[in-house]
Ligand binder design. Structure first.
Ligand code: PLP
Length: 366
């Protein structure tokens, strides 16, 4: 039996499933972190190293380095799924790589080449193939993280960076409903700032807002624009969509929100269904007018981790705005699950196949 060349991963590198491994449904997002990181180091002048493996708990960030001191760190969140035939693929890997490169550029860090990123992603998936939930029941979430990895308190571009991939097998997200609080004072991002980069600084800017929303009894915060405090930006970790009349609105990529890969997938799917999508500002007043006229439909948030989350209401100082009764968010969620899991073959080009080393071993042994 011929071995696929890409499967030349020595068997001792394959993570095995612990005897007490939970059912996929119990793998809450972000909770179970695989013991090894897949890493590459960048040295000024020498470039990127070949991939290496580091025990996760032995890897540490430098306290006197740029990542901890100045927030010089960017990341991605990408999922690998099993398809109905048991095969493995990464969802929209090229788009996640392009965004990681853009985030690195914005923070003045070296851009990892696409080929290296894909090699690291594939390796992380292959090593952990035994931990990936079966078709339809979850995914392997990868958290590629690029950070300055050099000591020194002066602010300057670091000569050494590291890209580490944290690996997290997780359950399929449940379709949740939430209420958001429109934060009236704090601002997450302004034009020209970091809003379009996937970086920890955006979360540092946002955590207090999330806490304020929770104190008021809401599940999450929705950020408003920096100048007028009247236009919706995005929720804590999700892009927003609102149905008004027969149009679905989503805020434009004006530099203050992240260009979500899920956002883009949803826009393309909605348009393929003949549903009008407009990337345009959504004001609180337009929502109020829609609510009064009875044209306000569903609202939902999108992101890799949670897929689609139904938004029941947005709270403001002038009272709660309730969205209408519409099945659209649930429809989008179902369609997206099919697309991400490789079942909707019209979107096969969004799935990057990864050779499953376990399957190759089985075949080779037969
Ligand atoms: C990652 C992220 C999202 C969602 O992006 P996806 O590519 O769809 O996962 C939205 N907003 C912020 C701030 C994010 O960091």
């Amino acid at each position: 039996m011929q071995m696929h060349p890409e499967s030349a991963l020595p068997p001792h590198l394959l993570a095995s499933r612990p005897p007490d491994w939970p059912e996929p449904e119990a793998l809450a997002f972000g909770q179970y972190l695989a013991p090894y990181l897949v890493e590459s180091q960048h040295l000024d002048g020498a470039g990127w190293s070949a991939p290496c493996l580091t025990p996760r708990t032995a890897s540490s960030a430098l306290i006197a380095g740029g990542a901890v001191q100045y927030g010089l760190s960017v990341f991605e969140g990408i999922k690998a799924y099993r398809d109905a035939r048991g095969g493995l693929h990464l969802f929209r890997a090229a788009e996640h790589v392009a965004r990681l490169q853009a985030s690195a550029r914005r923070l003045g860090m070296p851009e990892p080449p696409e080929a290296l990123c894909l090699q690291l992603f594939d390796l992380a998936v292959q090593m952990h193939a035994a931990l990936i939930p079966p078709y339809g029941r979850g995914a392997l979430y990868l958290r590629p993280t690029l950070f300055a990895d050099e000591e020194g308190l002066g602010l300057r571009p670091a000569k050494r960076h590291r890209m580490s991939i944290v690996v997290n097998p997780c359950c399929d997200p449940q379709f949740k409903r939430v209420r958001l609080w429109a934060e009236p004072e704090l601002i997450r991002a302004a034009p020209g700032g970091l809003g379009a980069a996937k970086t920890g600084a955006n979360y540092a800017a946002g955590l207090a807002g999330l806490m304020r929303a929770r104190e008021r009894g809401y599940d999450d915060v929705v950020w408003l624009d920096a100048q007028t405090h009247t236009q919706l930006g995005e929720a804590g970790t999700m892009n927003l969509f609102v149905q008004i009349g027969d149009v679905v609105l989503t805020p434009p990529l004006d530099g203050t929100i992240l260009a979500g890969v899920t956002r883009d997938s949803v826009i393309q799917w909605l348009r393929s269904q003949g549903i009008r999508v407009s990337e345009q500002a959504i004001t609180l007043n337009a929502l109020r007018a829609g609510a009064q006229a009875g044209t306000l439909g569903a609202a939902f948030g999108t992101g890799t981790a949670a897929r689609v989350v139904l938004i029941d209401a947005i709270g403001t100082a002038d009272g709660d705005l309730w969205f209408g009764d519409s099945d659209l968010a649930a429809q989008v969620s179902r369609a997206l699950k099919q697309i991400q899991e490789g079942s909707d073959r019209r979107y096969a080009h969004w799935c990057r196949p990864v050779v499953d080393p376990c399957a190759v071993e089985l075949v080779a042994a037969a």
